[in-house]
Design a protein. Structure first.
Length: 617
C-alpha cells in the first residue's frame, strides 16, 4: 500500500503522519475513533479539524504534517482550518456532497458490495475503446442512467469504456477537465457509490473501465490545494498557469499525492486503466520522472491485484520513450494517444488543412500514419516551424498507440462541435471506420460515432462564478473571432442549451442510415476480434498503398486486404494478392463488389471492402 493512500477501515494504523486522510483509520485501542492527517506546511501556527461543527486541535508531527484522533464515522462532515482561517475541504476528500466549496464527507469506499470477484481485467493489447462523457451520454447525465445502455456497447463489441474525468468541479455540467477535487466523484453524476455501481455493472457484462484523470492543472474555481502547501510552482508554466510542483522543494508529498491518486482509482473503484491528460505539461526535471513513478506503481498494482491494470498518456511530443520500458530509456507507460493518426485520417476524409492540419495535407501523409503512429518523427512541421518528434523504434507494438477518427478534443474544440456525420456521407463514415478498426493500433470510438450520431458535441460549462463565466464566454468568442467568426456564430458555453444539444439522441439508433452505420461498425469489430491479422500490432508488417489521384487506399494486413475508395469515381483496386484461392470478400459496402481471380475488386465512390481467407486458422 502506498504511504500516501487515504486510510481505510482495514488498513493498519500509521506510525508516522504520511497520509492526508479524508476517510480515516479507526485509532488503535479507541473504539469508533479515526485518525485524521493532513499535509499543510503553509500553516504557520495551527491546523484544526472541523468535524460535525466541532473544532479539534491537530498536532504537528513533522515535515508539515498534522494529526488528530477523534470519534468519527461514515457520513460525518469535516474540513480543516489553517491558522484560524475558514474551513476548507480535505485535499483528499472522497466525497463532496455540496460540491468542492463544501465540507468533505467520510466515505468508506471499501464498504461497497462488489460482485466482480474473479474479474481479471482487460488487457490493452487487442482492445477496442469507447470514450464516454457521463454528463451527455444520456439526458439524465448520471452513471445509473448510463448503465441502461451498456448492453448496446456489449453488442457493438466494445472491450473498454473510457470515462472522461469525473473529479468534482463547481456547477453541474462541464467536460470534466476543470476538476478541482481529484479524489472525489462529481456529485451530479451520482457520486462515488454510483461510480462503483457503474464499474460493477460494466464488469458484469465483460466491459473494462478506464478513467481519464487530470494532474497537469486544476480548474479555476474551488481549487484549495495551494492553501495547504506548495502543490504548484512558478518555476514551470503551463497553458493554465503554474505547473504542478514535481521537482522543487517540498515536492515529495506532491508526487505522493499523484501516485496515491492513481492507486485510489484503480483499487477503490476496481478500474482497469487510467488515461493521463496532457502529460507534456507535467514538468519534472528529476532523474526519475513522475510518469516513471506512476508506471512502476501501476505495474506493482497489477501484480498485487492479480489482474490487468494499465495506464496510457496523452502527449503531443511524439516521443516513443513514453511507452518504452525503463531499461530501454523509456518511462514505462503502457500506451499513449497518437493524434497524428487522427489528423492524417481527418484531412484525407474532410479535405480540411487549416491550423495543425496543415502538415497532414502533404503527399504521403495518410499512408505514413496508417503504418506508423507519428507523421512527425524528427521531421519538419510547417505548423510548428521546426522539426518535431522521434521515430518509433523497431519492435514497439502498434497496440500501444490509441487512435481515433473522432474524440472529445477533436470534435468539441471545433466552433460548432460538429461531428464527421455533419459533413460526411454515411458511406464516407464507414470508410473511416474501416481504416480505423483494421489498423495495427488500439482503436477508440467517441460515443455515438458508431451510428453516425447527428447531435454535435459542443464546448459547455456551468461556472457559478459570474466573472469566470464571462471570461470563458469572451475567450471562446475571441478564439474563433480571430478566424472571422462573429460572437453570434459561437455557441455560448454557459447557455444550458449548449449542453442539451450535445446529449446523445438514442432514438436515432434504429433509423435507416444510422442503423446501417451501426451494423457496419459491429461487423468491423467482430472481424477484428475474429481475425488476428486485423488486430496485429506488428507495425513492420503493415503495407500501405495510397493513390492520391484516385483516392484508393489499400492496406495489407497479413493474409487480409483492406481497401477504401476516398474518391468520387469508381476505381479498380489491385489488392496485391499473389493468389485468391480460398480468399473471399468478408465485408463490403456494395453488393456489386466482386473479387477477380487476379486479386482485383471494383470499388464505387466512398466504397470499402475487407478481403481475407474464407476460414479462420
Amino acid at each position: 500500500m502506498s504511504q500516501d493512500r487515504e486510510l481505510q477501515p482495514d488498513d493498519p494504523p500509521l506510525a508516522g503522519a504520511e497520509s492526508d486522510a479524508a476517510t480515516a483509520q479507526p485509532a488503535a485501542g479507541a473504539s469508533g475513533c479515526r485518525t485524521f492527517s493532513v499535509w499543510a506546511p503553509l500553516a504557520s501556527r495551527s491546523v484544526d479539524l472541523e468535524l460535525n461543527g466541532t473544532r479539534h486541535a491537530m498536532d504537528p508531527v513533522g515535515q508539515g504534517w498534522w494529526r488528530v484522533e477523534v470519534p468519527a464515522g461514515p457520513g460525518d462532515r469535516f474540513g480543516y482550518r489553517l491558522d484560524d482561517g475558514p474551513v476548507l475541504p480535505s485535499p483528499r476528500a472522497r466525497r463532496l456532497p455540496d460540491g468542492p466549496h463544501g465540507l468533505s464527507q467520510i466515505y468508506d469506499a471499501d464498504q461497497y458490495p462488489w460482485t466482480d470477484e474473479g474479474w481479471a481485467g482487460v488487457p490493452l493489447a487487442g482492445a477496442v475503446l469507447y470514450e464516454m462523457h457521463v454528463g451527455t451520454f444520456t439526458a439524465e447525465g448520471t452513471f445509473d442512467a448510463a448503465v441502461a445502455h451498456l448492453d448496446h456497447l456489449v453488442d457493438l463489441g466494445i472491450d473498454v469504456v473510457e470515462v472522461m474525468p469525473v473529479a468534482s468541479f463547481p456547477g453541474r455540467h462541464g467536460w470534466g477537465y476543470d476538476g478541482v477535487a481529484t479524489w472525489a466523484v462529481h456529485e451530479p453524476y451520482g457520486g462515488p457509490e454510483a461510480f462503483q455501481r457503474f464499474v460493477d455493472a460494466c464488469h458484469a457484462r465483460g466491459l473494462g473501465v478506464c478513467l481519464d484523470v487530470v494532474y497537469n492543472h486544476l480548474g479555476p474555481d474551488g481549487a484549495y490545494l495551494s492553501s495547504y502547501g506548495p502543490y504548484f510552482t512558478d518555476r514551470h508554466q503551463t497553458p493554465w498557469g503554474h505547473a504542478l510542483n514535481l521537482d522543487g522543494p517540498n515536492s515529495d508529498p506532491v508526487r505522493d499525492y499523484v501516485v496515491g491518486n492513481v492507486e485510489h482509482w484503480l483499487t477503490d473503484y476496481h478500474l482497469d486503466g487510467l488515461r493521463l491528460d496532457a502529460v507534456h505539461e507535467l514538468h519534472d526535471t528529476r532523474a526519475v520522472h513522475i510518469l516513471e513513478d506512476v508506471a512502476a506503481r501501476v505495474r506493482q498494482l497489477a501484480e498485487d491485484l492479480g489482474r490487468h491494470v494499465w495506464v496510457v498518456a496523452e502527449t503531443d511530443r511524439n516521443d516513443p520513450r513514453t511507452v518504452l520500458p525503463v531499461d530501454k530509456g523509456g518511462l514505462g507507460l503502457d500506451g499513449q494517444w497518437a493524434d497524428d493518426v487522427h489528423h492524417g485520417l481527418h484531412v484525407a476524409l474532410t479535405g480540411e488543412r487549416q491550423g495543425y492540419y496543415e502538415d497532414f495535407g502533404q503527399p504521403g501523409a495518410l499512408a505514413t500514419v496508417l503504418r506508423a503512429p507519428y507523421l512527425h518523427a524528427d521531421t519538419w512541421s510547417t505548423f510548428r516551424g521546426r522539426r518535431h518528434g522521434r521515430p518509433v523504434p523497431d519492435g514497439v507494438e502498434g497496440w500501444r498507440f490509441v487512435v481515433c477518427t473522432q474524440n472529445h478534443d477533436q470534435v468539441g474544440n471545433r466552433r460548432e462541435g460538429d461531428r464527421h456525420s455533419a459533413t460526411l456521407s454515411p458511406r464516407r463514415l464507414r470508410c473511416a471506420a474501416t481504416l480505423l478498426l483494421t489498423s495495427p493500433y488500439t482503436p477508440m470510438l467517441f460515443m455515438g460515432e458508431e451510428w453516425g450520431a447527428s447531435t454535435p458535441w459542443q464546448y459547455f460549462t456551468d461556472h457559478l462564478d459570474g466573472a469566470l463565466a464571462e471570461a470563458v464566454r469572451d475567450g471562446r468568442r475571441a478564439e474563433f473571432g480571430r478566424h472571422g467568426w462573429g460572437a453570434a456564430d459561437v455557441p455560448d458555453p454557459q447557455d444550458p442549451a449548449t449542453r442539451e444539444r450535445s446529449v446523445l439522441d438514442w432514438g436515432e439508433v434504429g433509423e435507416d442510415d444510422h442503423r446501417k452505420t451501426l451494423r457496419w461498425y459491429r461487423a468491423l469489430i467482430a472481424l477484428r476480434r475474429a481475425r488476428a491479422d486485423l488486430r496485429d500490432g506488428d507495425l513492420s508488417a503493415v503495407v500501405v498503398r495510397h493513390d492520391e489521384a484516385s483516392g484508393l487506399v489499400v492496406v495489407e494486413r497479413g493474409r487480409h486486404r483492406v481497401a477504401v475508395n476516398l474518391g468520387a469515381d469508381p476505381v479498380d483496386a489491385d489488392l496485391g494478392m499473389s493468389s485468391t484461392r480460398g480468399v473471399v470478400i468478408l465485408l463490403a459496402s456494395d453488393r456489386t463488389a466482386a473479387l477477380s481471380n487476379d486479386g482485383h475488386v471494383t470499388l464505387l465512390g466512398d466504397g470499402a471492402v475487407v478481403v481475407g481467407p474464407s476460414t479462420v486458422d
